[in-house]
Design a binder for this molecule. Structure first.
Ligand SMILES: Nc1nc2c(ncn2[C@@H]2O[C@H](COP(=O)(O)OP(=O)(O)OP(=O)(O)O)[C@@H](O)[C@H]2O)c(=O)[nH]1
Ligand SMILES: [Mg+2]
Length: 320
């Protein structure tokens, strides 16, 4: 028999740090316990503001998050932070670095910090991040900040978990151009040029403004602002928080649409997993492997293999 997730869920909702940590481990491990826990917590969420912070390695994301936490705590807000690293294995150095850097908030009960790294597939990490967001939301954090390293498709997927996405660029590395090419332009609600104390910040800002100028924004719709910050000194971070608040206030329709498309994605993803599980359990031992072997040896193509296996779940209707 499965253990009831309700006792743990109650403790998460009471914002007990140990319960939150345990809940996050459960969602990272996935499977039935994760599904049960999410089921218990999901009705109690929907209040947190999920903010994604993404950008190239070393752009200053963690330093920026740290400075943002200072501002948010000043405003009396509770903050949960997920530092997600798709590129490093579980015990990666960058993850450890995140922990150390934000350590000064550790004794603050209004702040909860968790690192998450790849355990298996990247798709799994996006799912785990989304579920971790549900946990922190249910624990009553006003802001859930999701830091993701990198500028590729995997990071874009993880960033889609958020209500608002901040793209962090830095002067003088050439990374900014790469970031914009990788399609990150489309996911940015706010651009931040960090390390503005370094030469070239104006240049990056002008580049981004130039790209924005090529797009048309209907009157009354959100146009991503391009901000400059010095995360180490905290300069510009209050303005970043203002922009985040402004986005939330002025873009209610966008946020609602995102929540819906996120829900649609989650349902489809969960459905695919359920169907796959059913299929695998209805197949005889080694049957799937045998089919794969036929494809590998070119006796069968992948589409017909899928059709044959799928017909186990949904036998073709027979007309008589
Ligand atoms: N000069 C300057 N350095 C900064 C600024 N912000 C961050 N840094 C430095 O940049 C380095 C990387 O900062 P992090 O906050 O770890 O960057 P990150 O983007 O979180 O890095 P990863 O998580 O490893 O991708 C650190 O040495 C910071 O002190 C800034 O505004 N100006
Ligand atoms: Mg970091």
């Amino acid at each position: 028999m499965r253990r009831s997730p309700h006792a743990l869920a109650d403790r998460v909702r009471a914002a007990e740090p140990r319960a939150i940590a345990r809940a996050l481990s459960i969602v990272e491990d996935a499977g039935d316990p994760a599904a049960d826990l999410v089921a218990a917590l999901h009705p109690h969420g929907g209040r947190a503001y999920l903010v994604g912070i993404t950008g190239a390695p070393g752009a200053g994301k963690s330093t920026l998050v740290d400075a943002l936490v200072v501002e948010l705590r000043r405003a009396g807000k509770r903050v949960g932070i997920l530092a997600v690293d798709p590129s490093s294995p579980f015990s990666g150095g960058a993850v450890l670095g995140d922990r150390v850097r934000m350590q000064r908030h550790a004794p603050d009960a209004g702040v909860f910090i968790r690192s998450m790294a790849t355990r298996g597939q990247l798709g799994g990490l996006a799912r785990a991040t989304a579920d971790a967001g549900i946990v922190l939301d249910a624990a009553g954090f006003d802001y859930v900040v999701i830091e993701t390293v990198g500028v590729g498709q995997d990071e874009v997927d993880i960033a889609r978990t958020a209500d608002a996405t901040v793209v962090v660029l830095v002067p003088g590395t050439g990374d900014e151009v790469q970031a914009l090419k990788a399609g990150i332009m489309e996911i940015a609600d706010i651009f931040v040029v960090n390390k503005a104390d370094r030469p070239g910040a104006d240049h990056v800002m002008a580049d981004v403004e130039g790209l924005l100028a090529l797009q048309s924004f209907a009157p009354g719709t959100w146009r991503p602002p391009v901000l400059r910050t010095e995360a180490v000194s905290g300069s510009g971070v209050a303005e970043l928080l203002d922009a985040l608040r402004g986005f939330r206030e002025q873009s209610a329709a966008i946020l609602e649409a995102r929540r819906r498309s996120r829900s649609a994605f989650r349902v489809r993803e969960a459905l695919a997993a359920v169907l796959m599980e059913r299929l695998e359990s209805s197949l005889g031992a080694g049957e799937l492997d045998a089919m794969v072997e036929q494809v590998a040896s070119r006796r069968l193509d992948p589409y017909h293999a899928a059709e044959r296996l799928g017909s186990r779940l949904f036998p073709p209707e027979v007309d008589d």
